[in-house]
Design a protein around this ligand. Sequence first.
Ligand code: GDP
Length: 431
Amino acid sequence: MAVVAVVGAQWGDEGKGHIIDILAARAATVIRYGGGNNAGHTVVNRHGTFKLNLVPAGIFEPATVNIVGNGTVVNPKHFIGELDGLIARGIVVENLRISHRAHVVMPYHVEQDRLDELQRGDAKIGTTGRGIGPAYADKTARNGVRIGDLCDVAVLRRVLTPIIATKNRLFAGYYGAETRYDLEALITEYAAYGQRLAPYIGDIYGVVQTALAAKTPMLLEGAQGVMLDIDHGTYPFVTSSMPGIAGACQGAGIAPRALNHVLGVYKAFTSRVGSGPFPSEVSGETADALRQMGKPWAEVGTTTGRLRRVGWFDAVASRYAAQLNGIDRLALTKLDVLDELSEIKICIGYRLDGQIIDHPPTYTEQYDRVEPIYETLPGWLTPTSDVRRWQDLPAHARAYVERVAQLVGAEVSMVSIGPGHDQIIEVLPVL
Ligand code: GDP
């Protein structure tokens, strides 16, 4: 059976939650491999509408093993809140596992995130303010607390003692802030979180390898989008982890050769939250049409509530994302949002300093001078939300999807035409 990684292939918010929810129902194991509660998936299924931040979307299937991988960063207080919210709505969470290697987002990370953004002033990145960047920075600097450390007070004390001394000096000296952390209070609070989460925390190596050996269907669940990748994204306007396929392998503990498909989730247009380059961005009436304010799926950040920036489908960034991540299949979401447009544009190239380029510019600063080159396709001016078969889509809608797939260089697997669990057209199933 297949091992499939689902990666967001734009700047996040591609509608991954919807796609993952559908595929998770067919998977025996779902692994969320990266990011923290800076991500947010919206899942609409038979139990209702859920906003998930860190709990894998397979949680709604009682038989599915849901793993929070080592590549994630976990804010335990937030995570417990998310779990309690699910339990209160009757969702069984027994099959949840958290890698003991996942790092903890501590309160000083949240404070550092806030102060760093303040210091950046106009050059702020537009982070979600959840402490994710500082948590990954501490992980890499080998100053992190791992979730397994919370389960043993002696270990927690040993790990946290030098960190708190350093952080308090950092807040006093570097940031010139009043913030100070009390070691004992933190140990008490975080050991309690550890106790609460202990039934779920453990080494996931065996669980993952057993599932791979059994050849049961497995889903690697991405967060954010690959254009926000720390290496390949629009640095520094990126996230602090690897949302793409490299992050999937590393963050789940799976060899690349174990993968059968990389499913790239693309929205039928583009959106972006926060600062940073966005060549195909639009404003005015077109932006209003794409944003769909007032609708449940309006382009407003799941985690932040911020209004998203919107634009036409950017085939330049999308092809780059596909190539770097080995995306062989694509899921195109929110096609229905384009139903009422008489003309639809696709950005097929960038003009930079008089030259046409078919890939992102080398330096992020160069994006300021990039002009998008568009191709215009006719709209279909027909509702698509009730369509369930590819051949029943209006011809112009099929032509649009096919053109997108051709430009991206991947085969169409799924097209979503509404947020509901059944609002999906499957063309070439991956799982
Ligand atoms: P994610 O982080 O990539 O999962 O994206 P979001 O959480 O921002 O989800 C996008 C929003 O669009 C949610 O409100 C979904 O319920 C909704 N949605 C997902 N797929 C579709 C679709 O095909 N059409 C419409 N209209 N809404 C969708």
